[in-house]
Each structure stands twice: as structure tokens, then as C-alpha cells.
Design a protein around this ligand. Structure first.
Ligand code: F6P
Length: 329
């Protein structure tokens, strides 16, 4: 069997170890692996890893050393062309021409929407691996890259804590997550922030300002607030403006962490998760599965149909929110 593997959408630390695991597991199972560069767009362009050297089949050594690097050596993209039916038909033709029998896309919900679309034009097997820092996919407790993104954000907040304390200021630190508050909540908890604004819960400016007055009266001189970029109350700059207008008792500064959170060497948790999921994707192909994402729920292997992975908003466990409330004093 010939398996195509690629990374698509926003890159996530752990994509490289995932590709490494796919190549190694597939090689041991007697399959050939073709690395497709630049995601769906690379498939449209027949941009295969090693093509420039006339060797498009990846071997066990092709991925030597990939386990510890962030980003993706296969590169990634967001393809407008693939969103069209003509693009999807062309992708299917390219797969047939290159005798690719199965695909392992590593990415987030956009990538899996693409997999569903492709299945209308191609009858090969498709098994995805959840690669996104957002941790917004159902069917897995954690996505590849989330743990590293949180680690990066926590390191940044720790540093900002120092200057916040020195100047007796409040910082609003905006983290990524598109429509999800996962990165914000985990960062707030791990970095001992006082509060988090997330899309999963209403952001009540009056209530926050009242709480800030309580903290000030209690003698707290500096405050860290983590804002999810997708908060319904606005981004960190907007929330800052609203807080000032509502009588925020602290001098404030805003920091947007942005793409910093997508980079860096993958945390051990992500390296192991990525390796496990990559192997499970290859196993799933051996079991004739298709149209599913390999995931890990409570330590167990799961295969979830693509539409279910993005069917609704992945809830943040109430226990985590309660923990934040209890600690944020
Ligand atoms: O999905 C990953 C993510 O980093 C989101 O958290 C963020 O909203 C988005 O990608 C940013 O996308 P881009 O890199 O295309 O600006």
C-alpha cells in the first residue's frame, strides 16, 4: 500500500514527530510513504518530499532526528484552491496518478473538513491525526501541539509577571485558540493568573471590575488576566478599553502572544502523543478504516468520524473552570 502523509492548516509543535511515527510504522508494516509538502495545496501541485532528488518514497532514515523539532519539515498551508470542487477533483486525480491508496492528513478542523470533501471524489482511505495548538477537536482529550503552546504561553506570562509586579500593573495577555478557550484556561491555571476571559463563559466587564476592586482592597498590587483571542467580549485590546471605561483600578498594559505559541521544540507530552497517534493512524489503515481521526481518550485509542470531530464546540471541563475560580484570589 502507498500512503500519503501531510500537514495542513496552522502548524503545531509535534507535527514532525507525528510524520516520523507514520513513516516508521508504515515502513515496518511494509507500506510505502509519500510525504506531501504544503498540505492540500502541495497535493494539488504534486509537491512531494524528495522530488528534487528523484526519490519521492520516504524511508526510515528520511525522518531521522525529526522527533525534537517544532514547525513541520513537510511545510503547511491553507489552500483556497482545494476549497473548490474543481480543486478537490484535481486532488483526487493527482492521488490516482501517483498511485496513492491512503492519506494521513495531520491538522485541525479545516483539514478534516477537507478530508470529508475529498472523499466525495476519491475512494482511498483517509485517517487523520489531530494537529493543532487549539485543542478544539472532539474525539481526543488533547491535540498535538496544545501542551507545547501552553508551555510557551506560561513561560511568557511568568516573565511578564516580573515586570507587572515591579510596576504594580495589570497585564491583559492574549493567547491563541481561535474560538476555543482551552489555551487560555490552561495558561491561566499554570501561570497563576487571576482571571481568564474565554468564549465558553460570558465576559461581564462590570463583574470583572468589581472583582478587581476587591483584589486591590485586599492588597494585591499586580494582576494577570489571560484573554482568549476568540472571547465574545473582544480581543485583549478591546477588553482593556472596556475595563478602563468601567473604572479598572489598575494601570494596564496589553500583550498579544500571537504566533510565538505555535513555535518551539515540542514538549515531551506532544512528542509522545504525536508518535502514538501517528502509529494508530497507520494501524487504522491496516484495519481498513477510513473517514476517521485517530485520537486518545482517557489513555485509550479512538477513531472518530471526521464530522464528529468538529460537530460542536469542545467543552472545557467544569472542574478546570472551578479550579481557576478557587485559585484566582
Ligand atoms: O488554528 C491554529 C491557530 O494558531 C489559531 O489559534 C489561530 O486563530 C490561527 O491558527 C491563526 O492562523 P494564521 O496562522 O493563518 O494566522
Amino acid at each position: 500500500m502507498r500512503i500519503g502523509v501531510f500537514c495542513s492548516g496552522g502548524d503545531a509543535p509535534g507535527m514532525n514527530p507525528c510524520v516520523r511515527a507514520v513513516v516508521r510504522a508504515a515502513g515496518q508494516a511494509g507500506h510505502e510513504v509519500v510525504g506531501i509538502r504544503r498540505g492540500w495545496q502541495g497535493l494539488l501541485d504534486e509537491d512531494f518530499f524528495g522530488k528534487e532528488h528523484g526519490q519521492t518514497v520516504m524511508n526510515l532514515r528520511s525522518v531521522s532526528g525529526w522527533g525534537r523539532y517544532g514547525g513541520t519539515f513537510l511545510h503547511s498551508s491553507r489552500s483556497d484552491e482545494f476549497r473548490t470542487v474543481a480543486g478537490q477533483q484535481k486532488a483526487a486525480e493527482n492521488l490516482r496518478r501517483n498511485q496513492i491508496d491512503a492519506l494521513i492528513p495531520i491538522g485541525g478542523d479545516g483539514t478534516f473538513h477537507g478530508a470529508v470533501d475529498l472523499a466525495n471524489h476519491w475512494d482511498g482511505q483517509i485517517i487523520g491525526c489531530p494537529g493543532t495548538i487549539d485543542n478544539d477537536l472532539l474525539g481526543t482529550d488533547f491535540t498535538i501541539g496544545f501542551a507545547t503552546a501552553v508551555r510557551t504561553a506560561v513561560e511568557a506570562v511568568d516573565k511578564v509577571h516580573d515586570t507587572a509586579a515591579s510596576h504594580e500593573r495589570m497585564f491583559l495577555i492574549e493567547v491563541m485558540g481561535r474560538h476555543s478557550g482551552y489555551i487560555a484556561v490552561y495558561t491561566a491555571l499554570a501561570a497563576s493568573a487571576e482571571t481568564a476571559c474565554i468564549p465558553e463563559t460570558p465576559t461581564d466587564i462590570g463583574e470583572i471590575v468589581a472583582h478587581l476592586h476587591t483584589l486591590k482592597a485586599r492588597g494585591k498590587t499586580s494582576v494577570m488576566m489571560i484573554v482568549a483571542e476568540g472571547d465574545e467580549g473582544g480581543d485583549a485590546a478591546i477588553i482593556n478599553r472596556k475595563l478602563i471605561d468601567a473604572g479598572c483600578p489598575y494601570a494596564t498594559r496589553v500583550l498579544v502572544l500571537g504566533h510565538l505559541q505555535r513555535g518551539g521544540s515540542p514538549a515531551p507530552f506532544d512528542r509522545i502523543l504525536a508518535s502514538q497517534l501517528g502509529i494508530w493512524a497507520v494501524d487504522g489503515i491496516g484495519q481498513n478504516l477510513t473517514g476517521v481521526m485517530a485520537g486518545c481518550v482517557n489513555g485509550e485509542r479512538t477513531y472518530t468520524p471526521f464530522p464528529e470531530t468538529f460537530a460542536h464546540h469542545k467543552p472545557i471541563p467544569a472542574m478546570m473552570l472551578k479550579l481557576l475560580d478557587t485559585l484566582a484570589m
